[in-house]
Structures are given as C-alpha cells and as structure tokens.
Design a binder for this molecule. Structure first.
Ligand code: GTP
Ligand code: MN
Ligand code: MN
Length: 607
C-alpha cells in the first residue's frame, strides 16, 4: 500500500506512533488529496478563512462592525443536531439504555467504513490535536479530530485548545487521545466544482464508548461536527466520568458575588436553547450582586480533597443560540461578539456587512439578506435568521469572565439549578427538600422541545439533568452514578439544588416572569436560602418563595403577577404525576431506588 500512504504522511510533525498509524488508516480509508496537520496558529487561521471566503463557505463581515469575523450559511437540511441519527454503540445493547439509539458495534463499523470509503476524495484531510479542559490539568483529556472541513478547523480553534502545544504534550506524556473522525461525506470527482456547504443527506453521529472513539458522517453543523463538544465533552466524557468517578454535565457555571463579597458558584443544567448561555452571561438587575462567567454549556465536576464538588469548563469558546441574544437581553454576550474573531452560522446579513438575528436589536432592519440568501424585509412573514443560528466566539472575549476560568482545578459548586421550558406547572423556583429530592428534580426534568434539535418544536419531553441527548450510556446507570458518587462527597458541602422555570406563561399567554437579568433575583433568593435568610413556603414539591422573599426592587410587577410566577398548583401537579410514572417505568430495573421512593413521597404529599 505504501506509496500513497507514505507520500501523504511526508512532513508529518509527529513521530507518535498511535497517532501516525491512526491517521494512516483513516487516509487509506477516506482517500484525501492531502493531509494538513493543524498547528492552531494565527497565520494558519488567516489562510484557512481566506480559502473559505474564496470557496464561498464564509462571508467576511465588515471589519468596522465585526473585526476578523465571518458568516457561514449551511445547507438548509443541515441546521441542527440529528438525534435520530446519533448512536451509542456499546458492546451490549443494555449499556446504551432506552434514551439512545444502538447498533451492534461491528455492524456499525462495517456500515461506517462503507460510507467513509473514499469520502474525502478531492479534499484536504485536517488533523486537529485538541484538549478538552486545561492542558496542564492533572489528567488532561486529549482528542484528535480528523475532518475534511476547514469550517470545522476554524470553529474548533475557537471552541477548544488545539494545535502544536497539544500535540507535543500528547507525545511527551504518551497520552491516550480520543480518535474523532469527521467527514462531510461529499467527495469531489476530478474537476468537480465544490458547493459552499458540502454535506450528505445521510448523517451518522456515532460513539463507541468502550473504545472511546467517535465517527461523524454527513453533517457540518456544530453539534454534529465539532467533535470536542457534545460528542466528546458530554457523550464520551460521561462514560469516562462513570468509570473514573466524576461527572460530565450539560451545565453552565457562574460565579456570584454578594454585596458582602461572599462568593458562590452556581451550576445550572437546562436543555438546549433553554437559557444556559444567557444565564451564564447575566447582567444582574439588583444592586450589589455581581455575576462572572465560568462556562456556558458544559461543566465537568469532581470531588476535591475536602469532599467539596469542584467544577471546570472544558471549552474555550461559546457556541451560542443567536436569536434572542440581544443588546437588551444579554449585553455581555453582545459585547463579546462585537469584539470580533467570531464565526456566525445561519444568521442574516445587514446591507452594511454586519449580522442580524431576531431579538438582536429592538429595531428591525428595513432590509436584510436572510440566512438562505434571499432578500428580506420585515413584511416577509418568516424569520431572517434560522431559529438555531449560532455565534461562535472565544470565551476570553467576555469582559465578565471569572479569573477562575483559567484555574485547572476549577471552583467549588455551591448551588445547582435544574430548569426547563414549561408553560405551566413548574414554578419560577423551587428548592429541593433534600439532596436526594434534588436528584429527583434533575431526573424528572422536563422541557418543551426547541429548534436546537431536528424534529417537532414545543412538545413536552423528559430530559434528565438536561442530558437526554448526551448521556453516553444507560440513563438509569447514569442516575445511579449521581447517587453513588455524591454519597462520597462531604454531605455538609454538597451544593443545594433548585428547580427553575423562566418560561411559565400567564393566563394571557405572556411570560409570567421577565427573565434574563431579572433572573439575578432568583439567584439571590437561592443564595439567601442557602444562608437561611430567605422565607419560603413548604409545598409537596419543595420550597417556593413567598412573594415577599424575592427581591423585587425596581421591578414593575404587581403582587398578583409575582404570585402567578412562583405559585405551586396542586391540580397541575396531580396531572403531572402520570407522566412521571410513565417516565420512570421506561427505565426498567436500572432506576435508583431512592428516586422511586422520591416519587412515592411526592404522590403521598400531593394526596
Ligand atoms: P444550547 O447552547 O443549545 O445548549 O442552549 P442554551 O441553554 O445556552 O440557551 P440560550 O441561553 O442560548 O437561550 C435560548 C433561548 O432562550 C433564546 O431565544 C433566549 O432568548 C431564551 N431565553 C434565555 N433566557 C431566558 C429567560 O430568562 N426568559 C425568557 N423568556 N427567555 C429566555
Ligand atoms: Mn448545549
Ligand atoms: Mn448555549
């Protein structure tokens, strides 16, 4: 076979045999025209983005508005994660559990090898060494993504620590790396012209948890193609975490400082497009409280030496939902974005070479080019940006980034919030009765579906700990891991758990709570509960605020309106119980007993 293989590997910047042999194997299978070893440099980024502009994949934005920034427009059939095509191929079907698609690993490998065979013909194969978390962490988590998409390389450079330093450390420490293979599945015949967004109608996002490997085919969209993010830092990492005794979670993490200068770190798990990035960059509307960002999507947690739960953000960038992110609702995100160095996907273009999306500014531009390249005016009757359009921005551009973001050991977590998008039933905030009751809140978390995943929008589904699409193994085992692992922590220092809902509606259909910056009022209440300073009403589901216990200073709401946001409704909860029972029944035997007991307790209290 030698000839092609040796020629393609000439000049490889490594002698690390495990990597070289994998790259060879993939090159033989996928038949790229050339191999590019990504060094992660500025010069390389400039060259790649220039090429992407020339190819029509990226549009360079007006540098006076968004310096060093680009817009990409995907194929209309490649705009979100594809959950029906996402697989966990454990050796035993039982280990994938009922929340995952499963196929026997060797059968899946055969299928994938067929698809990847020659899939990079006519293209460059990029080799991207990356690390999730800190390069100087005690046990750094390495990966190497092979991709035939330069858009993926440019985006990975924003989202993770990549390039030469990472490669060196892998070699020096003889480290394991997660092999993460990605192809858009659009080989080019000699002379065939490329399209701006190559992809394949057939998509497969596949994880082999025992092997700790990832194969992604057919899509260029972030969650499917930037393999360090959902595929590694959640699905594969959740399996590593189970085996090694830690937690990989779909959580933001923020640092809250009280007027007394006491620091509290709050982690929060909300399903996709339910407010993590917004809460992580929150601008408090109450005096004296300060929020700083640690992470906006993924949190890795482990117990420290004193049994305290510690958290780090394994990512280096934001991949945020654009619509609804605006100067009014999230000025901190807007300031980070406006510094440039960003890649936008499926947003609309303004006539002066900037970007726009629904909710960015109060004033709607007179004329835009929509995400599909069509002329757009406010009368168009359709959104200008795709509902799941995204901004991809380096995290260190956030002015309010907490210095502890850079600490490999992370921060202690004092509170955990679980939240979803529910029009009814779930009050604005409920403190769990106990730690076990808090795990029950997470295990039964529910939300109405959004545009972040392909499929119907607005359907209520259960989403345990906001991890439904991301648990890399059996969901009952996952909940058991939470229960068993937390038993090893220092009970006195376990975070307090709260269930929140920013999306409850009033009888008139509007939001019952203003949300965004005003969510600082809920954070304050949670902290005051931890300190034993705030009042609450004990209800069958936990402790909800008395309207007087929330800081409403400067908020234009009547006591009745506040009551509508915070109240517990026994009838709604009785109606909720069959759904909870049905949900738990789906786990078969793998559900922790403590959770079954929690449900029984709740039913008893509801009467
Ligand atoms: P992923 O990045 O997909 O995991 O989602 P996310 O959880 O980071 O969601 P994000 O913060 O981007 O919010 C998604 C949508 O929720 C946006 O349209 C926001 O405008 C909306 N949203 C966020 N916070 C609030 C809130 O407090 N109230 C209301 N009404 N909407 C909110
Ligand atoms: Mn997410
Ligand atoms: Mn987000």
């Amino acid at each position: 076979m030698g000839a092609t293989r040796l020629r393609l590997l000439e000049g490889a910047p490594t002698t690390y045999e495990p990597l070289l042999s994998w790259v060879e194997e993939v090159a033989e299978l996928t038949q790229p025209d050339r191999i590019h070893w990504v060094d992660g440099s500025e010069a390389e980024y400039r060259k790649l983005t220039d090429e992407l502009v020339a190819a029509g994949t990226l549009t360079r934005l007006n540098p006076d508005l968004f310096p060093n920034s680009f817009a990409a427009f995907s194929d209309p059939a490649d705009v979100a994660r594809v959950e029906e095509q996402t697989f966990i191929c454990s050796r035993n079907e039982r280990d994938a559990g009922f929340t995952n698609n499963w196929m026997e690993p060797s059968e899946m490998k055969t299928k994938l090898k067929g698809l990847f065979s020659g899939s990079m013909r006519g293209r460059t194969m990029y080799v991207i060494p990356f690390v999730m978390g800190h390069l100087d962490a005690e046990d750094p988590k390495f990966g190497v993504e092979i991709s035939d998409s330069a858009y993926v390389v440019a985006s990975m450079r924003i989202m993770a620590r990549i390039g030469t330093d990472v490669l060196k450390k892998i070699e020096e420490t003889n480290a394991f790396f997660v092999p993460a293979l990605h192809s858009v599945g659009a080989p080019l015949e000699p002379g065939q012209a490329d399209v701006p967004w190559p992809c394949n109608p057939e998509k497969w996002i596949v994880h082999f948890p025992e092997e700790r490997s990832i194969w992604s085919y057919g899509s260029g969209y972030g969650g499917n193609a930037l393999l360090g993010k959902k595929c590694y830092a959640l699905r594969i990492a959740s399996v590593m975490a189970r085996d090694e005794g830690w937690l990989a979670e779909h959580m933001l993490i923020l640092k809250l400082t009280s007027p007394e200068k006491k620091v509290y770190n709050v982690a929060a798990a909300f399903p996709s497009a339910c407010g993590k990035t917004n809460l992580a960059l929150l601008d408090p509307t109450i005096e004296g409280w300060k929020v700083e960002t640690l992470g906006d999507d993924i949190t890795w947690m482990r117990f420290g030496k004193e049994g305290e739960l510690r958290a780090v953000n394994p990512e280096a960038g934001l991949f945020g939902v654009a619509p609804g992110t605006g100067w009014g609702t999230n000025p901190n995100a807007m300031r980070a974005i406006a510094k440039g160095n960003s890649i936008f996907t499926n947003v609309a273009l303004t006539d002066d070479g900037g970007v726009w999306w629904e909710g960015m500014t109060e004033e709607v531009p007179e004329h835009l080019t929509d995400w599909q390249g069509n002329e757009w005016t406010p009368e168009a009757g359709r959104p200008a940006a795709h509902p799941n359009s995204r901004f991809c921005t380096p995290i260190d551009q956030i002015d309010m980034l907490a210095p502890e973001y850079f600490a490999p050991n992370g921060v202690e977590v004092h509170a955990i919030l679980f939240g979803g998008r529910r029009k009814t039933t779930i009050p604005l905030v409920t403190q769990s009765r106990t730690w076990a009751n808090g795990i029950f809140m997470g295990a039964t978390l529910s939300s109405e579906t959004t545009a972040a995943a392909a499929g119907a929008v607005g359907v209520v589904r259960r989403d345990p700990m906001a991890m439904l699409p991301f648990i890399g193994y059996d969901a009952g085992d996952y909940l058991n891991h939470w229960v068993r692992l937390s038993a090893k922590g220092n009970a006195a220092r376990l975070p307090k758990i709260f269930l929140v809902n920013w999306f409850r509606r009033t009888k008139d259909g509007g939001f019952a709570w203003p949300g965004f910056g005003d969510n600082s009022r809920v954070l304050k209440w949670a902290i005051e509960r931890i300190e034993g300073a705030a009042d609450a009403v004990e209800t069958p589901i936990g402790f909800v605020p008395t309207p007087e216990s929330l800081d409403l200073d400067g908020l234009d709401m009547t006591p009745e309106q506040v009551e509508e946001a915070v109240h517990f409704d026994a009838d709604e909860w009785r109606a909720e119980v069959p759904g909870l029972e049905e949900w738990f029944a789906r786990f078969g035997g793998s559900l922790p007993l403590s959770l079954t007991n929690e449900l029984e307790g709740l039913k008893k209290r509801l009467g």
